[in-house]
Ligand binder design. Structure first.
Ligand code: FAD
Length: 335
């Protein structure tokens, strides 16, 4: 993936990124997820949740030390925000850092962390003694740090997921991201990743649609290809219409992002709409394949199960609806 420029496509080349614009970044995510949402997740985390915060909030030394190695894939990174008891409400986090001279002592745990068991570094969000959220870079061999794998996933099986456990981990002060304080730090990274997801989900939908279209032209029932029946055509016509609408949404959002004008609420709307669209298409495409659709000969069921994660992570389907609700009414329905 590093060789094709999938890690940090829109970050500057001098720091290990691809130097491309936001639409190129989006199309790369679309094509990776045409393969598998887990593959795209790996690239999203590496580029948007690890390289991006170091690029945006890191010191010059941190950028030079980590970004080229992350861009080339020599280092794998992960992003620790979610905790066992704090998912949709990250502000409740209990992971914390305490001042100890030339270092901070980090304690706590993170849950559902993409790449964590194989990561060389983790960008971890923790509260300082004043309760302000800070970002720290934790390296895999720091004593007291472990990253056990989470087993038994029916979804995103091509992506490794784990925990992050911090037991009095001594993190040197030079590993704190100096230019960010507060939850807006992790949320700005999530905006970047969610934008990529709005594109990525289209890739999963395209793969399901392509497979269903081909199958409908080959599979014969009642003496005709099933693609000749109006009910099959309705499914395919509606699929390609929804895919085209989702692409237009992502493309327009990409134009705004290129101008630095894509708002978090607009990104929420696109992530929510496009992931839901892809999940619906995976289900419809599975139906067109009949019984064969439930097997691993065809991609629909795999995409469908992957998209259940994509619907939930980086802000759940319902939380993004509440963000749109807040945007249009000015009234906060979160709690
Ligand atoms: C495979 C996978 C990979 C992941 N990778 C990462 C990662 O790399 N880094 C990371 O930090 N996190 C990661 N996550 C975590 C993900 O972002 C969280 O699962 C997600 O934010 C939801 O949190 P939760 O699972 O604790 O669910 P909860 O927050 O407990 O939500 C449960 C349900 O309650 C609903 N709900 C919650 N609050 C409200 C409300 N106010 N109003 C209405 N409904 C509400 C939700 O919409 C949801 O349906 C990953 C998750 C998965 C499954």
């Amino acid at each position: 993936m590093a060789d094709i420029g999938a890690f940090g496509p829109s970050l500057p080349a001098e720091y290990g990124g691809g130097g491309m614009d936001e639409i190129a970044y989006g199309i790369i995510m679309q094509e990776l997820e045409r393969g598998d949402s887990g593959i795209r997740s790996m690239a999203s985390v590496q580029g948007s949740l690890v390289m991006y915060p170091i690029y945006r909030f890191g010191s010059e030394e941190q950028k030079r030390k980590y970004l080229p190695k992350l861009g080339s894939g020599e280092y794998i990174g992960c992003f620790g925000l979610t905790e066992p008891d704090h998912g949709s409400n990250p502000n409740g986090m209990i992971t914390n850092i305490k001042d100890d001279g030339d270092a901070y002592i980090l304690n706590g745990a993170k849950m559902w962390i993409t790449n964590s068991p194989v990561a060389d570094i983790a960008v971890v969000w923790a509260k300082d003694e004043e309760g302000v959220v800070r970002g720290v870079i934790v390296e895999k061999d720091m004593p007291g740090f472990s990253a056990p794998e989470i087993h038994g996933k029916w979804s995103l099986r091509a992506s490794i997921t784990g925990e992050l456990v911090f037991d009095n981990v001594r993190v040197p002060k030079e590993n704190v991201l100096p230019n960010v304080a507060g939850l807006k730090g992790p949320l700005s990274c999530l905006s970047k990743a969610r934008y990529g997801i709005a594109w990525g989900a289209i890739g999963a939908a395209l793969d399901c649609y392509d497979s269903a279209l081909r199958y409908s032209q080959e599979r014969v029932q009642f003496g005709k290809p099933i693609g000749q029946f109006q009910l099959t055509q309705k499914k395919l016509a509606e699929m390609i219409t929804e895919i085209t609408k989702a692409q237009l949404l992502a493309w327009r959002l990409g134009s705004l992002a290129n101008e630095g004008k894509a708002s978090p609420a607009q990104i929420s709307m696109a992530k929510r709409n496009n992931v839901h669209m892809a999940l619906e298409i995976a289900r419809e495409a599975r139906q067109i394949h009949g019984g064969m659709g439930i097997t691993n000969e065809y991609p629909c069921m795999r995409h469908m199960m992957n998209l259940e994660t994509v619907l939930t992570y980086e802000g759940t389907h319902d939380i993004h609806l509440l963000i749109t609700g807040l945007d249009v009414t000015g009234l906060n329905a979160f709690g």
